[in-house]
Design a protein around this ligand. Structure first.
Ligand SMILES: Cc1cc2nc3c(=O)[nH]c(=O)nc-3n(C[C@H](O)[C@H](O)[C@H](O)COP(=O)(O)OP(=O)(O)OC[C@H]3O[C@@H](n4cnc5c(N)ncnc54)[C@H](O)[C@@H]3O)c2cc1C
Length: 603
């Protein structure tokens, strides 16, 4: 069973997963990688194992030159230009392949992951997506090959999450030939070795900031702060950047005047899904190291991997990694297909890519939050499995844990991304792009009706799990629909409710992605080949149901009372009820036995 050919009828719009059923054959899975993609993956893995992994200790020593050297080597291999169209010196590969490269290059060092993400994503993409032909010809080939490196300067001391509030100014010269940029940027990755900055500044009293491509020339009023002393990613260059009447030719304005905030946000959409990809191989490597250690470490005369307490951890870590991988590549292929459909409809590559990614901004936020929190938990449990050694800088877990921590903060904090995911969905509903209203009304009607007492037939593989996903979507519609009705345009001020709704949304997307991947693979490769994957899908769903139950209850109690509240709580019980509860201890045993037997992350 291959993936269905996509057209406008069967390719879901961004966010539509919450109201539509997706068929297993309609999701792309890592098992669908083409031969070319597998070759790319293997060569990136080989590069990382040869060039980065053996130098892990040096990456802890603030060796910024080492990161730069690795980036240059990655450029020589073409890895910095995977997403760049061929006419600008890149490999012009599809979105899935660009995710794949980002995934496998990022697993061994957070410093390299950050430098790679800042350069290829937010440092280069704004030019390929918004640049003029001249700008693209001038800058992109150099950035695609690693001859030059890029950075992205949005954040300021007073403008972090509130990115449009920056004070950096751009003043047009009297002869109209250049802008003079002055201001202070903060936390700028790659600042220490980059050749270009994408700088956001305000012209006059414009409501929105404007983007500029600024060449890094110290003789042009650009100076850098000291390297920041950070918790992790010790060899990623992070500095303040000061612009003091830096002259930037008018032709270096990126997009239109006042379009900078939109550019910044769209660049972040790509950055967010790529950051999710960047958290995948890190999990695989941490799990592999953890199980190797657990198989070797003897306590009470047996390997610690024989203890249920350790099996539990390995099973949970592997499950999250599997789920994250499933959801990341599902979304990546949806984006790739959307880009292809737009190009078929006559969009330029630039416009198709821009709109294609923007369409799935909700999924990008969901993935950013889910994967960053999973890699944090994974490295934390990695430390725990290593025991005292886990706390030592001589073992690999300590730096992995510190490196992972940043992913919850940059590319929009997880709080901001949680609120964005629901906020964007509500906006799409208001624009008529996703119909939430009718499905929400149908759920409200169902709540008033008499529940069916028929016993459904769940004999088919994963059918109860899929039915559960359909019910969980009703929970989201019930909670988000009622909250939207109650608060109207003031919904965004009720952050606790938004965050609860976001958690429900996130859990549904992640759980559904794993279930569909497993179902698709069971159908084509045989159920017996997917024993552990079935267990992981069931284990993740079990937790998702628990999280959703808690979050939905919290939200319902916060905005309803009396009969309405009682009806919703009853609905919540109905929509989260299993017919056959899984034995999660057995599921964990099935999963961890495989991980332990293979002595690596095997899925
Ligand atoms: C190592 C590192 C590398 C970075 N690289 C870059 C880079 O290359 N380029 C760049 O431009 N920036 C970069 N950043 C900046 C990063 O994107 C910001 O730190 C991030 O967006 C958060 O902004 P802030 O630090 O000002 O936190 P704040 O915005 O002050 O947030 C503090 C806390 O308040 C919460 N909060 C803020 N606003 C709201 C709200 N409206 N509702 C609810 N909660 C809210 C946040 O979630 C957070 O928990 C980097 C940061 C770090 C640490």
């Amino acid at each position: 069973m291959s993936t269905t050919e996509k057209n406008n009828d069967n390719l879901l719009r961004g966010g539509q997963f919450i109201v539509k059923e997706t068929k297993a054959e309609d999701v792309f899975t890592p098992e669908d990688f083409t031969e070319e993609q597998k070759m790319m993956r293997d060569s990136v893995k080989e590069f990382v194992d040869r060039e980065i992994w053996p130098l892990k200790e040096r990456f802890e020593q603030h060796d910024y030159a080492l990161t730069e050297e690795i980036m240059r080597k990655a450029g020589e291999m073409g890895l910095l230009g995977v997403a760049v169209p061929e006419e600008y010196g890149g490999l012009g590969m599809g979105f899935v392949t660009t995710m794949l490269v980002c995934d496998y290059i990022s697993g061994a060092s957070g410093s390299v992951a950050t430098a790679f993400g800042a350069h290829t994503g937010i440092g280069t993409m704004p030019i390929t997506l918004y640049g003029t032909e001249e700008q693209k010809k001038k800058y992109v080939p150099k950035l695609a090959t690693g001859e030059w490196f890029g950075a992205y300067a949005l954040t300021e001391p007073g403008a972090g999450s509130d990115a449009n509030s920056g004070k950096t100014k751009a003043v047009l010269s009297e002869d109209g030939k250049y802008y003079s940029i002055s201001g202070q940027k903060m936390w700028i990755s790659n600042a220490g070795f980059c050749n270009t900055f994408i700088v956001f500044a305000r012209i006059e009293d414009d409501k929105n900031i404007t983007g500029f491509i600024v060449e890094n020339d110290p003789s042009n009023g650009i100076s850098l702060g000291e390297e920041e002393k950070k918790l992790g990613i010790h060899s990623s260059s992070t500095r303040q950047v000061f612009f003091n009447e830096t002259k930037v030719p008018v032709e270096n304005m990126l997009g239109e005047r006042g379009e900078g905030f939109k550019i910044a946000m769209n660049a972040l959409n790509v950055g967010r899904i790529k950051l999710a990809a960047a958290g995948l191989d890190g999990q695989r490597r941490v799990i592999s190291k953890a199980v190797e250690y657990a198989n070797e470490r003897i306590q009470f005369n047996v390997p610690i991997s024989s203890f249920g307490a350790i099996k539990l951890k390995l099973a949970e870590m592997a499950t999250n990694a599997y789920v994250d991988e499933s959801a990341s590549y599902r979304a990546a292929k949806d984006i790739e297909d959307r880009i292809a459909l737009r190009m078929e409809a006559g969009n330029s590559h630039q416009e198709a890519e821009l709109k294609g990614v923007e369409e799935y901004a909700i999924e990008c936020s969901i993935l950013k939050v889910a994967v960053s929190e999973d890699i944090q938990n994974c490295t934390d449990e990695g430390i725990q499995i290593y025991g005292g050694m886990g706390y030592s800088a001589d073992a690999p877990m300590e730096s992995a844990w510190r490196d992972a921590r940043i992913t919850r903060i940059y590319e929009g904090t997880n709080e901001i991304n949680r609120m964005l995911s629901v906020g964007m969905l509500v906006k799409k509903a208001m624009k008529g792009h996703v119909d939430l209203l009718n499905p929400a009304q149908a759920v409200a009607d169902e709540l008033m009706g008499i529940p069916s007492f028929d016993t459904p037939d769940y004999s088919e593989l994963l059918s109860e799990e899929k039915a559960m996903i359909a019910k969980l979507k009703k929970v989201f519609l019930m909670v988000a629909g009622s909250a939207a009705q109650k608060y109207g345009t003031e919904l965004e001020e009720h952050q606790q409710t938004l965050i609860a709704a976001a958690d429900i949304l996130i859990e549904i997307y992640m759980a559904e992605s794993a279930i569909l991947r497993t179902e698709k693979n069971a159908k084509r490769f045989g159920e017996d080949t997917q024993k552990e994957q079935i267990a992981m899908s069931q284990l993740y769903l079990y937790h998702a149901v628990d999280i959703i139950t808690v979050k939905a209850k919290e939200a319902i109690l916060s905005f309803s009372e009396g009969d309405e509240q009682r009806a919703m709580l009853m609905g919540l019980r109905r929509f989260t009820k299993y017919q056959n509860m899984p034995n999660i201890a057995e599921l964990r045993k099935t999963i961890s036995n495989k991980v332990i037997a293979e002595n690596t992350y095997p899925f």
